[in-house]
Design a protein. Structure first.
Length: 64
């Protein structure tokens, strides 16, 4: 399975109507982490990916 984490991250955040700072606070990470990952400047850690996709699942957000 191919993940498009940067696009998924931004889509989840926008569906929820959250700013990067708000989303970061809910995930327990820094805002800069969200920004860098949305822009594809860094590769996400396994831990971040797990947090984001678990959060989306809990909020019943379906991606592709």
């Amino acid at each position: 399975m191919t993940y498009h984490f940067a696009q998924d991250l931004k889509a989840i955040r926008e569906i929820l109507g959250l700013t990067q700072a708000e989303f970061a606070a809910q995930l327990g990470v820094e805002q800069v982490t969200i920004s860098r990952n949305e822009l594809g400047k860094t590769n996400p850690s396994d831990k971040l990916m797990e947090r984001v996709y678990r959060y989306a699942f809990q909020k019943k957000i379906q991606l592709n």
